[in-house]
Design a protein around this ligand. Structure first.
Ligand code: MG
Length: 234
């Protein structure tokens, strides 16, 4: 059996808004920290450090990572400034983290139309990091599930995962595509696995997801430009 072509999409900040909600929570967090007499803006850097170290420690984007990081940052500043830790405030911080996950799943403009056009031409796949329960819920809410032949919710997206997706679905990376907003999770491992890659710019991409591109790829400002590139390449 010959190998098919296919297209693997990223989910967060490629098809659905994600980081905007984290950024809103971070704004509120910085304001609250300033009210408490702590350096609000600087606390965002510490928050980011706790968040990344939590993600690395638990081997993926588990849902506790962000709420925990908010509380850890608050505790860090209480200790640093010799202030008494208030359990009510700590709970407010954790709740702010959980608030992010209760936000409605909002599609990125053009996402549905793009999947509609491409799904008539080739099988589509979804590969996303994130918490299994939360991602399953958001996928269902997005109404995009039926566009995909298979959905992969994985702890990390590296050369290994993309190669496995290609071989499990008999798709030929050389004739196939990876579309996503992250250099680190989508484009670079995609290039390493032999795929054609399209980077879709999103102004809210978390800096944890950024790194220098490792090779030639397409860059677009809107997901609406994706079918034109893929279908022109035949
Ligand atoms: Mg993404």
């Amino acid at each position: 059996m010959g190998k098919m072509r296919g297209c693997i999409f990223d989910f967060d900040d490629t098809l659905v808004e994600t980081t905007i909600y984290y950024d809103l929570a971070k704004d509120r967090f910085a304001a609250r920290m300033a009210d408490l007499g702590f350096p609000g803006e600087e606390a965002l850097d510490i928050l980011n450090q706790f968040d990344i170290s939590n993600v690395l420690k638990c081997g993926g984007f588990h849902k506790e990572c962000f709420p925990d990081a908010l509380v850890q940052t608050y505790e860090y500043y209480c200790k640093k400034f010799g202030s008494k830790l208030c359990s009510k405030t700590a709970k407010w911080m954790a709740d702010l983290g959980w608030w992010v996950f209760r936000q409605p799943t909002r599609l990125i403009e053009g996402a549905r139309e793009t999947l509609g056009v491409l799904s008539r031409e080739m099988p589509l796949f979804l590969a996303t990091k994130g918490d299994l329960e939360i991602q399953n819920h958001r996928l269902k809410e997005s109404g995009l599930k039926d566009f995909f032949r298979a959905i992969y919710i994985v702890p990390d997206k590296t050369h290994k995962e993309y190669t496995e997706i290609a071989s499990n679905n008999t798709i030929n990376p050389k004739e196939s595509w990876i579309v996503g907003n992250s250099m680190k999770g989508d484009i670079n491992p995609g290039l390493r696995s032999g795929f054609n890659c399209i980077h879709v710019f999103h102004h809210n991409t978390w800096d944890f997801e950024e790194e220098a591109p490792e090779g030639e790829h397409y860059s677009v400002k809107s997901i609406r430009e994706v079918p034109g590139i893929i279908l022109k390449k035949g």
